[in-house]
Each structure stands twice: as structure tokens, then as C-alpha cells.
Write a protein that binds this ligand. Structure first.
Ligand SMILES: [Zn+2]
Ligand SMILES: [Zn+2]
Length: 341
């Protein structure tokens, strides 16, 4: 098959690669579309602690089932349109044993710890699969995984109907979080961002966006929330000072939900945190329930998710796709369309 292979030393190559054979309990999927995520960029940069070359990256994808290696009725058939929850948990650690396998202490992922979807084919365990309704095209379906991250963050927050919320960062995860909030009863949704393209896109979705480069973020948000601050702040930027901003713009006894994972230690405004009795909540990936909800929201909410997708690159131009994603210019989610090869 054709594949985009991470060969180490900050290099990826489009080349022939052995087509994978599904093990017992797995299916072979013909990949149709896959999204490039920040994690893929950090693997390419050689900054991911676990990913080892040679590796086919890609954990946000959709395709259809070509063969099934199981003699039981697993609820899937050849030809089914599917996406996959790319988590592989150990089943042994305290998180797994207490029913929270998604925060497994030995968590592994397709596309990081084993081959993923920047290829014509990928093998996936049947219990990781979700059917994609016909109403969702393959390219949009590649957004189900990041949408599940947003669904999880909102579900674990203490959001109440009519809340004023603020999302720091209008990249794919921030914008998806804002869309889920819009679908979950939040009243005022404010976004903070500096990239002009992202500000424009968030505005097209009807969100009020604060340009952080104006330098008055805290004042502007206090003014827009009648001096109270946001009931809940979702931190999806991961910048050097965004956690400090989050605690400063959060109302007394409000909540800061940490979605972004900054690479380095970040400063914290302890006085804001304690004086206002803030709750800080960390959230990570998604539970199976969130994946189902993400599919339902994508299918039924009437929200237009396609705006988040840039013009897809064919697999053979995967190197260009990565360059485009890395530039961050005029893009939200960069897709690789593997259907043509
Ligand atoms: Zn991702
Ligand atoms: Zn575990």
C-alpha cells in the first residue's frame, strides 16, 4: 500500500509499505481521510517521548471496513463506514481498574505507539470502532476524534444553562469546545485568540472574539461579563501565560478547565486562585461515551463542522500537508485525503 511514513530525524516519506494484516479481533480499514494534529507535528519534530520510527502517524480518521478477522458477530460488516477511538489502555492499572481506562497510566495510541491512518489501510481492534452515519462525509468524520475531546471537556465541567464562558485559544480544539458549548446551553461564549485567520473563522461561527494582541484581555472580558468574570474558563491555548489569564478572568468560585497540555511548566496566579476559591480541573482525551456524543452532535446539531477543514492534500503530498499544518497559517485542521490512491 501507499503510506506516509515517519522515518525519524524530522523526516516523513511517501512510499510503499506492507499492507497490514488484521490480527484476531481486528478489522482492516480502507482509510478515506485523516487529520493532522499537534501531536503529529511534535512526533515529526522529534519531540514526542514515545513515538519511534518507522511509524505511520494519524489517529484522527475515517474509512470503511475491508475485512474482519473474527468469527463472532461483532456488530460490524464489511463496507461499514467507521471511525476509531484510537486509545489503547492496559486494563491493569488503577485508572483502568476503576473504570477510567482513558486516563490509563500506560495509555497508548494508534498513530503514536503503533501504526495509524496516514496510509491507504490501517488495522484497528473491533472494540475501538464506531459507525459513521451516512449524513457525515469521511472528511468531516475525521473531526470526530478532536470533537470528542471538546465534548469530554464540556461534560466534565460544571456548566449550567445560561453560563458565561470563555475559551482561551481558537485553534481546532478551542473552536470545537466553543461549538459544543453553544450546543450545551452556555449563554455568552467568548473566545481569545491572536491569529487573524482563526479570529475571522470564530467570528463566522458567531462567536465574540477578543484579540489578545490588543493587550487588554482581562479588562475586556471583565467588561463583557458585567465585571464578574467568566463562570467557566476553558484553557485550550497552552501558552506560557494563558493559565494566569484563565485564573484572572474567572469569576469568584468559578472553574478553570485545562484542556491544553503546555510542553513546559507554566506560571500560576495563586492569589487569584485562592482568593476566589477557584476550581481547576484537568481533562484528558475522552471516554467512549464522549465519542458517541461527538458523533451524535456532528450528525444532529446542524452545526457546520466543514468550515474547520482546509482543502485536503492527497496522501502523496503528505509532506506539503505537514508543512501547511506546521505553518499554522490560514488553516484550522489540515486533512489528508487517502481515498484517491
Ligand atoms: Zn489528536
Ligand atoms: Zn491502564
Amino acid at each position: 500500500m501507499k503510506a506516509l511514513v515517519f522515518t525519524g530525524k524530522k523526516n516523513i516519506e511517501f512510499k510503499e509499505y506492507g499492507r497490514p494484516v488484521p490480527a484476531a479481533g481486528e478489522v482492516l480499514i480502507r482509510v478515506k481521510a485523516a487529520g493532522i494534529c499537534g501531536t503529529d507535528l511534535s512526533i515529526l519534530a522529534g519531540k514526542h517521548p514515545r513515538a519511534k520510527a518507522p511509524l505511520i502517524m494519524g489517529h484522527e480518521f475515517a474509512g470503511n471496513i475491508v475485512s474482519i478477522n473474527s468469527n463472532k458477530n461483532e456488530g460490524f460488516m464489511v463496507g461499514d463506514r467507521v471511525t476509531a477511538e484510537p486509545l489503547i489502555s492496559c486494563g491493569e492499572c488503577i485508572a483502568c481498574k476503576s473504570g477510567f481506562a482513558y486516563v490509563c497510566q500506560n495509555l497508548k495510541l494508534y498513530g503514536i505507539d503503533r501504526n495509524g491512518a496516514f496510509a491507504q489501510y490501517v488495522t484497528v481492534a473491533i472494540d475501538r470502532l464506531y459507525k459513521v452515519p451516512d449524513s457525515i462525509d469521511y472528511q468531516t468524520a475525521a473531526l470526530i476524534e478532536p470533537l470528542a475531546v471538546a465534548v469530554h471537556a464540556v461534560r466534565l465541567s460544571s456548566l449550567k444553562t445560561g453560563d458565561s464562558v470563555c475559551v482561551l485559544g481558537a485553534g481546532p480544539i478551542g473552536l470545537l469546545t466553543a461549538l459544543v458549548l453553544k450546543n450545551s446551553g452556555a449563554d455568552k461564549i467568548l473566545l481569545c485568540e491572536r491569529e487573524p485567520y482563526r479570529i475571522k473563522l470564530a467570528g463566522e461561527y458567531g462567536f465574540q472574539v477578543i484579540d489578545v494582541d490588543r493587550g487588554n484581555t482581562v479588562e475586556e472580558i471583565m467588561e463583557l461579563t458585567s465585571g464578574r468574570g467568566a463562570d467557566i474558563v476553558f484553557e485550550a491555548a497552552g501558552g506560557a501565560s494563558t493559565f494566569v489569564t484563565a485564573t484572572q478572568i474567572c469569576r469568584v468560585r468559578g472553574e478553570v478547565v485545562m484542556i491544553a497540555m503546555p510542553k513546559d511548566l507554566v506560571p500560576c496566579d495563586i492569589v487569584s486562585l485562592t482568593f476566589k476559591e477557584l476550581i481547576v480541573k484537568g481533562v484528558r482525551v475522552y471516554a467512549p461515551y464522549d465519542f458517541e456524543r461527538a458523533i451524535n452532535i456532528m450528525s444532529n446539531s446542524g452545526l457546520d463542522f466543514r468550515k474547520l477543514l482546509s482543502t485536503p492534500f492527497p496522501l502523496e503530498r503528505g509532506v506539503d500537508a505537514f508543512a501547511k499544518a506546521k505553518s499554522g497559517k490560514e488553516v484550522m485542521r489540515v486533512l489528508i485525503d487517502t481515498s484517491a490512491e
